[in-house]
Design a protein around this ligand. Structure first.
Ligand SMILES: *Cc1c(COP(=O)(O)O)cnc(C)c1O
Length: 347
C-alpha cells in the first residue's frame, strides 16, 4: 500500500464538524454513587431509565477480547446497516463521489448509495463468483471512495479469494469495506488479523447471523483508530440502546453456546447441500461458506410459489445477475430443513 492519507478521503464538511457531546460523554467512568442530574432523565429505577453508554465500553471490551482487537478499533451501530451508512456519510460527497459494488451481492450497499446520492459503479463477479480485479482497477477513478467486498458473499455463499482481496487493498484508491457478516460459518480466517497492515481496510461484522441476535440490531465495524474516531464523530450519541447492549453482553459471555449453534448449523448445511443435489429439478448446488445455500432450479419463480403454498419461504434470487433461476435457502433447524427437503421431493 503506497502513501495512504486518510484525510484525502474524508468529506470537507466532516473534517470541520464539531461533534455533539452528550451528557454521558462528558461524564463517564465515575463512581457508582455519583448523583446524575445532568441528562434530564427520570430518576426512578426500572433498568432503562438512564441513557445507555454512548461508547458501549463493556460490549466493545468483550468483543475485543473475543476477536483480539482493541476497543479503539471498534465502532458499534444499530445493525451493519447503520455502520455502512456512517461510512458513506463520512467519505462520500453526494453527486460527486462513487463507490464500487460487485453484484450479485448484498443489496444494502446500493440502497445506501442511493439514499446518499452516490453513484454506484457495478463490476460483476465472474462466473465462478470471484472478483474481476482487473475490471475494478479499470473502472475506478479519483472519485472512487469505497469498494464493497462481501466474503463469504451473499447470495452466492462462497468466500472471495484472499489474493484478490490483497491486490485490491494494494491498488484500490479508496477504502476497501470487507463485509464479513458470515465469517463465523467459514473456514477462512477473518481479515481482522491484517487490519494493522492495511490502513485502508474496514471490516464489518454483525451479531445478526452466527451470534443469533438479528433482533437486537448490533453491527460492528473494525478499522484503524483514525477511521473509527471520525466515524464516532458523526454517529448518533446513543445509537446502541441499553437493551441491546445488555443482551449482547449476555451472549458474548457465553462463547460456547454460540460455537455449539454454529457447529450444528454447519452440520445441517452439509446435510441440506447433499439433499438438494438429489432433487431432480435442481441442476446446481453452489458451494457455501455461509449459513445458506444457493441452488439453480428449472424455474425459480414457479418453485418459489410452490414452496410458499407448502408454507415454506425461501429467497428467490432469479433477478440478480448470474443468479438466473436461483433460490437461496437459509440453513434452518433440523426439522425445518427436513420439511424443506420433503416439500421439494413432493414437487
Ligand atoms: C445479513 C447481512 C448483514 C447483517 O446486517 P445487520 O444490519 O447487521 O443485521 C450484513 N451484510 C450482509 C452481506 C448480510 O447478508
Amino acid at each position: 500500500m503506497e502513501s495512504f492519507n486518510l484525510n484525502n478521503l474524508v468529506r470537507d464538511n466532516i473534517k470541520s464538524l464539531k461533534p455533539y457531546s452528550s451528557a454521558r460523554d462528558e461524564f463517564s467512568g465515575v463512581p457508582a454513587d455519583m448523583v446524575f442530574l445532568d441528562a434530564n432523565e427520570n430518576p426512578f429505577e426500572n433498568g432503562v431509565n438512564r441513557y445507555p453508554d454512548p461508547q458501549q465500553r463493556s460490549v466493545k471490551s468483550l468483543l475485543g477480547e473475543i476477536k483480539g482487537i482493541k476497543s479503539e478499533n471498534i465502532l458499534l451501530g444499530n445493525g451493519s446497516d447503520e455502520v455502512l451508512d456512517l461510512i458513506f456519510r463520512v467519505f462520500c460527497e453526494p453527486k460527486i463521489d462513487n463507490v464500487i459494488t460487485l453484484p450479485p451481492t448484498y443489496g444494502m450497499y446500493e440502497v445506501l448509495a442511493n439514499t446518499n446520492d452516490i453513484e454506484v459503479k457495478k463490476v460483476y463477479l465472474k462466473l465462478d463468483f470471484q472478483i474481476d480485479v482487473d475490471q475494478i482497477l479499470v473502472q475506478q477513478n479519483d472519485r472512487s471512495k469505497l469498494l464493497f467486498l462481501c466474503s463469504p458473499n451473499n447470495p452466492s455463499g462462497n468466500h472471495l479469494n484472499n489474493k484478490d482481496i490483497e491486490r485490491l487493498l494494494n491498488y484500490f484508491n479508496g477504502l476497501v469495506v470487507l463485509d464479513e457478516a458470515y465469517i463465523d460459518f467459514s473456514e477462512q480466517e477473518s481479515w481482522l488479523t491484517r487490519l494493522e497492515e492495511f490502513p485502508n481496510l474496514i471490516v464489518t461484522q454483525t451479531l445478526s447471523k452466527a451470534y443469533g441476535m438479528a433482533g437486537i440490531r448490533l453491527g460492528v465495524c473494525y478499522a484503524s483508530s483514525d477511521i473509527i474516531s471520525i466515524l464516532n464523530q458523526i454517529k448518533p450519541p446513543y445509537n446502541v440502546n441499553e437493551l441491546t447492549q445488555k443482551k449482547a453482553i449476555e451472549r458474548l459471555i457465553n462463547k460456547e453456546a454460540v460455537q455449539t449453534e454454529i457447529d450444528t448449523i454447519l452440520r445441517e448445511r452439509g446435510t441440506l447441500t447433499h439433499a438438494l443435489t438429489e432433487i431432480p429439478f435442481i441442476s446446481k448446488v453452489y458451494h457455501s461458506d455461509a449459513n445458506f445455500v444457493l441452488a439453480k432450479v428449472d424455474d425459480a419463480s414457479k418453485r418459489y410459489n410452490q414452496l410458499i403454498e407448502k408454507g415454506i419461504v425461501v429467497r428467490n434470487r432469479t433477478t440478480q445477475p448470474l443468479c438466473e433461476n436461483c433460490l437461496r435457502f437459509t440453513v434452518g433447524a433440523q426439522d425445518e430443513n427436513k420439511k424443506l427437503i420433503d416439500a421439494l421431493k413432493q414437487l
